[in-house]
Design a protein around this ligand. Structure first.
Ligand SMILES: *Cc1c(COP(=O)(O)O)cnc(C)c1O
Length: 354
């Protein structure tokens, strides 16, 4: 087996892959791929997926959980359109995905105020100590910056409605849903296979958009009323997400997974800090537990190191094409043993060079 440090689509537990494969061959006598999404057997899958999301994240009353499509990339547009009131919104820019969210909000007519940005230092930190105007419709931020390896340890404090792209760290740690008005996340980085996009939305924000342009398909209120079945949902992605959520619950839920994620990231960051050949790229206090970004101090050693980790069975360690270096994505299903293999490879590399 390979050790998959890829940034997404994510690794999922082997048991889940097995059950998913079984469902392709036999789901109550049909394949999950051919069953009607209106059939009671699939409606039961959808219902279970939604209720597992609610229990895993302790979602309070007054929120709806939706499984839609379009990825987080359409979430940029959907969130802006559904949250628009006066038409002026605040965004915190912490990297590529936030930048895209800002761009798409502007495209649908939002007057975007960039409250804070970490662009001045190549997005290697999470901005703090900024003031937020209070005449804004909402504040948007990205909880984990998949490309730059930074993550909010404490979410922004504001009385504004809070909107978050949580694509790459949802289900990785306990969060207080009541702080948020809208959360969206592509399934393929901790939840399931690509295809579905999860929305957690406070019901009271629905149906209040001031946009003159709100296609039915982008209207979260209609999706809520149709219970994520306005059209054919991404059946397989939802099915496997449900299996993965069952697996999460059986392992003790998000609280247990969070402990393991802390252990995994501590192990790798300790090695990066102790090893003279490597350097972490994110500010220590803002380091992500999901995506660990680091560099070789001497880039001339990279082909040798690359050969070594590949020989160890590691895949997906190359940094995002926009930043280079290395990125170890350690999503929920990545076992501690895989992180140990990476750390041992780094140690061995240094021993050989020393
Ligand atoms: C991967 C990612 C996206 C893009 O997701 P798609 O589902 O491919 O559109 C957006 N935001 C964050 C934080 C991501 O990690």
């Amino acid at each position: 087996m390979k050790h998959n440090f890829g940034a997404g689509p994510c690794i999922l537990p082997q048991d889940v892959f097995k059950q998913a494969a079984e469902g392709v061959l036999d789901f109550n006598g049909l394949s999950i791929l051919e069953v009607s999404h209106r059939h009671k057997d699939f409606v039961a899958v959808m219902d279970e997926a939604i209720s597992l999301v609610k229990s895993a994240l302790k979602i309070p009353e007054g929120y709806s959980v939706l499984f839609l499509q379009g990825g987080a990339s359409l979430g940029f547009t959907i969130s802006a359109l559904n949250m628009m009131r006066s038409g002026k919104a605040g965004y915190i820019n912490t990297g590529t995905w936030s930048t895209s969210a800002i761009k798409e909000a502007k495209k649908v007519g939002c007057d975007v105020s960039v409250i804070a940005s970490s662009e001045d230092k190549g997005f290697n930190y999470i901005p703090k100590n900024y003031t937020i105007e209070n005449n804004l419709d909402y504040l948007h931020f990205t909880s984990n910056n998949t490309i730059y390896g930074t993550q909010y340890q404490q979410f922004p404090k504001t009385s504004l409605p809070l909107v978050c792209d949580m694509s790459s760290d949802i289900f990785s740690r306990n969060i207080n849903i009541a702080d948020f008005d809208l959360i969206y996340a592509g399934a393929q980085k901790n939840l399931g296979p690509a295809g579905a996009t999860l929305y957690i939305v406070k019901d009271e924000i629905l149906g209040k958009s001031s946009s003159k342009f709100l296609p039915s398909y982008l209207d979260l209120k209609l999706h809520m009323e149709k219970e994520s079945m306005m059209n054919t949902p991404p059946v397989f992605s939802i099915y496997v997400s449900m299996l993965n959520l069952r697996n999460t619950v059986s392992k003790g839920g998000v609280a247990e997974i969070e402990k393991l994620n802390i252990e995994k990231s501590n192990l790798l960051y300790s090695e990066i800090d102790a090893n003279p050949l490597f350097v972490g790229t994110a500010e220590k206090e803002d380091r992500s537990k999901m995506n660990v970004t680091f560099l070789l101090n001497d880039e001339n050693l990279s082909s040798e190191f690359d050969q070594m980790w590949k020989d160890s069975g590691i895949v997906g360690l190359t940094g995002h094409r926009s930043v280079g270096g290395y990125r170890a994505s350690m999503y929920n299903a990545l076992p501690l043993s895989s992180v140990k293999v990476l750390v041992d490879t780094m140690k061995e590399f240094t021993r050989r060079k020393g």
